[in-house]
Write a new protein. Structure first.
Length: 162
């Protein structure tokens, strides 16, 4: 685990209807429960919150039905545990009921400990990931990068005489 850096994550989605629509009522009704679960998970640091207890009113994009989730975690493993091994997974599996399919909807990047990313910063990381693919500046769970202050161990040198 890195001492100087924490993991930022953004995921976005284009809603199929406004947040007050019956079409996405079940998604909206689960926001408080899933947000509380995230906040109780080991490694959770911070999440973007708007006027309510969620970010449904935060306009990070010009498109009015674009939702944003932005948070900071201590490590990639702790975020992955929340995303894939809690009730969040069950909600995530139903995302096509409430959101249009998008090719690029999530990005991860390392931030200095204590930094709280802005929606504009998150949007820039998504755009960077879309242009360059996974790099140390913006990556995915599938292609992760270590924190900038962690040097990965080189492969062991094999003794050719053995």
């Amino acid at each position: 685990m890195s001492g100087a850096f924490q993991l930022a994550q953004v995921n976005i989605g284009r809603l199929k209807a406004p947040v007050d629509s019956p079409l996405i009522r079940e998604f909206v009704d689960n926001l408080d429960r899933i947000n509380a679960l995230a906040e109780s998970e080991p490694g959770f640091v911070w999440r973007l919150v708007g006027e309510g207890n969620n970010a449904t009113d935060v306009r990070a994009f010009e498109e009015p039905l674009m939702a944003i989730n932005l948070s900071v975690w201590e490590s990639l493993d702790q975020l992955a545990a929340f995303v894939y091994r809690t009730a969040h997974r069950d909600i995530m599996r139903r995302r096509r009921e409430w959101f249009h399919e998008m090719a690029l909807y999530m990005a991860l990047w390392w931030v200095p400990r204590g930094h709280r990313p802005t929606p504009a910063e998150a949007r820039a990381r998504l755009e960077m990931l879309g242009r360059r693919g996974p790099t140390a500046e913006a990556f995915t769970f599938r292609t992760p990068f270590p924190p900038p202050d962690v040097v990965e161990s080189p492969l062991p040198i094999l003794d050719e005489c053995a």
